[in-house]
Design a protein around this ligand. Sequence first.
Ligand SMILES: Cc1ncc(COP(=O)(O)O)c(C=O)c1O
Length: 390
Amino acid sequence: MTTFSSRMDKVQSPIIPVVGQLIRENPGTISLGQGIVYYSPPQTAIEGIKQFLTNSDNNQYKSVQGIDPLLTIIKKKVQEENEIQVVPHRSIVVTAGSNMAFMNAILAITKAGDEIILNVPYYFNHEMAITMANCQPILVETDNNYRLSINKIKAAITPKTRAIVTISPNNPTGVVYSESSLREVNKLCQDRGIYHISDEAYEYFTYDEIKHFSPGSIADNDYHTISLYSLSKAYGFASWRIGYMIIPHHLLDAVKKIQDTILICPPVISQYAALGALNRGRSYCQEHIKDINNVREIVLRNIQDLEDICTIIPAQGAFYFFLKVKTNMKDFELVKKLIENYQIAVLPGKTFGMEKGCYLRIAYGALKQETATIGIQRLTKGLKQLINPT
Ligand SMILES: Cc1ncc(COP(=O)(O)O)c(C=O)c1O
């Protein structure tokens, strides 16, 4: 059959399966690649599934927007924790993960050819979603510490701009944006009549007493702020596919059309599990995040050793560090060598839009302390030998 070109030709291929294949070909490799946590959902999520099973009606399609008790508990959570007032101008939509929430947002607010501003390094699925929607990702550099450059963002706005995306705490850098910079972005969006899409998948993952700030809490911004959340990281729910979005009410019809077509409804069994998890609440996540912070300190202590060959920003959020390696070697070549010769996997920076220079993302959320120590020692040894061969 003739093969036709398609909108997908322009979309980058996700790197995780490629690195995954290299890991499988090199047994014993420790992965600092994928952005997942080491822990499983709470017992209350399992109880939620039991509850689901008690009623055969739960096997039918349910509401596009999400089941009522889950919407109710999300409303309470965002009001109490994020200080977002779910006023009549705002709606909550449960999604199959926050990637879906992002895609819903992009499809709902754009037409082909529109522009969306991403800060670089970006989260690759955001860039892919925008390209798939036949829109243009407009890439704006962050500063040397990966903080937002408001003037550069301002300069990138054109009549075609529909939204500015921020991710805080950030994937892939781990940086937590200051409240003032997020307020500036939000105000800019309000002034220019565009949306602020705030991805807060890592809202609970902050360290050193740093506090997460939700732009949706800013007064009078309910017409232009879209806030995205995920249970994947906080509750160890990655495969269960539950996230949610807080949107201006005027987008609800559009988002429902998209969800109805792609999902019909978010998987109801997972929604019952999510209800159980949210009933257990933030304290469950906090217990585990303490362990992740201990791993973070091990990683941070060890990578200081690399200061001669890498620039390291000691980020205070998510579970990532983003290293700039002082080498002419291509990032993927380095990643491949690290896996093949040192059995340690990290992700190349190009995947996150870093075209110039060699960058690596280290993910430490999935590690126990013992594995972290061995893994990071392999990484430092590998980098020292490959970058500075003796
Ligand atoms: C910034 C960011 N947003 C969204 C997601 C995806 O979350 P979910 O599993 O809820 O789709 C990730 C996953 O790594 C992420 O890093």
